[in-house]
Design a protein around this ligand. Sequence first.
Ligand code: DC
Length: 235
Amino acid sequence: MSAAIGTGPSSASPARSVPVIAIDGPSASGKGTVAERVARRLGFHYLDSGAIYRAAALAAQQAGVASDDVAGLTAIATALPLVCSGGRILLGGTDVSEAIRSEPISAAASAVAAFGPVRAALLERQRAFRQPPGLVADGRDMGSVVFPDALLRVFLTASARVRATRRHKQLMEKGLPANLDLILQDLVTRDDRDSRRAVAPLQAGAPDTVLDSDAMTIDEVVDEVLERYRRAVAI
Ligand code: DC
């Protein structure tokens, strides 16, 4: 199973009987870590949908496509030469696993993701990850748009300050430059755009289990998701 994006094949018809756990939430809410751990515990595939938007943003930047050129961005998304291999993300054969995590690409991915045609172009690519025995998918619209029939929908959140502090710590640990106030500002801007956009905005829906990771450890969140999944399967 890939740490970054999952093991789903690049093309396959989605099997609707395959169970999906959808984990949506704002940036740095811990959803990637939780989704990956839940997938590992269940032996399920894992989809990091944000990595696909990030790769599209990077590809657009490399091709010199402007951030407001919707037709150009959609063409890039449609033909995205994305491959997941051994836990790495390859774009046109080049390993971009680290490059897509930079702050400029985070902002660019959020901007690219606001365009409906770009999202539509990436939809089937994400659904192809739905393979037996199951899938845990994290993002912004996993439960609302990509897998609306998910067996369990979780909305994982945390306060902006806690999320910014976590991101700051991660960057410091990697020896990268980090300014807490700037990180907080970027997070708030990005969440605002991801939540207010017209297409597939980030928001908790009625059937979602809302978990606040301010008040819980990652292990507690993982256990709670697994418990809720077992209850959903038993119904
Ligand atoms: O989860 P992430 O921070 O890696 O996502 C990067 C950006 O991609 C995020 O700001 C919004 C966008 N995104 C999205 O619109 N829908 C998704 N399912 C996943 C990510």
